[in-house]
Design a protein around this ligand. Sequence first.
Ligand code: CP
Ligand code: NVA
Length: 332
Amino acid sequence: MNLKGRSFLKLLDYTPDEIRYLLDLSKDFKNKKKNNVEHKYLKGKNIVLLFEKTSTRTRCAFEVAGHDLGMGVTYLEPGSSQMGKKESIEDTAKVLGRMYDGIEYRGFAQSNVEILAKNAGVPVWNGLTTEFHPTQMLADLMTIEENFGHLEGLNLVFCGDGRNNVANSLLVACAKMGINFTLASPNSLRPDSDLVEICENIAKSSHAQIRFTDDIMAATKNADVIYTDVWVSMGEADEVWNERIKLLKRFQVTKEVMANANSNAIFLHCLPSFHDLKTSIGKEIYEKFGLREMEVTDEVFQSNNSKVFDEAENRMHTIKAVMYATLSDYHE
Ligand code: CP
Ligand code: NVA
């Protein structure tokens, strides 16, 4: 397996074998970290993290993974580079590619990260766009495998905004890795039909089943993994909250939803999550709409079935694997 020089822009660009390789590499890096085995394999290299949206996990995962691998890391916070206002994405890519060995991008259109990759001459990693969140998927698959020992044949249900970056990416990840994917969402919040068609074709080889329903109880029966995400994503207007709450309230992951799933089902969420009133947006929504918790109840979020913090930790191990695989000369 040789992924040197490849960008990581969306899971659609990777074969199931390549994804499997990245997951195995992630497991290896996690073991090394837990056993304090130094792994500065990319000493002397430098990476830049280009963020047009805020982040906790993705930014910190790239920084820590970069440092663990021995690399220099530059963080460009939203609004702090010339890109967009005074310099095109193409020119920015060419400049950064002259100085850095790899570029992480978090921002808006998927086409932005594709343009960066086309012009940089070094690997570009997608740290979230409006359409996809591929590094999140590796962490999710790793967490699922840690809990069930395998991926193929499991039933994953995504409840909520079925056309956001995380839902789109889960559809692809499941189709590739043979996980049955069910979306529980209103009909108006389903993935783009072109993406569905592509994934249905991929699923023919992996034997994954893909289902769409607006009945959360029918969807979650026999579920192994129940996944949700925020109802309004970064970059969307505040005005959409009202309509989104109306549409998605009945897709909230509650104790009853979890009880409807298999007894050993796990709960996942990419985070950050609105499950209490300890955030400013959470409080604002409570004052306006009277909701104390949104996409998941606090009870489910805090339960033993919830693996969200393992999932968050796994962002770091999996991002390390992606950087190592695409930047290093040596591969087993
Ligand atoms: N899950 C995720 O991408 O989190 P951040 O927005 O904190 O990076
Ligand atoms: N769908 C969310 C994911 C955050 C990690 C967003 O784009 O805001």
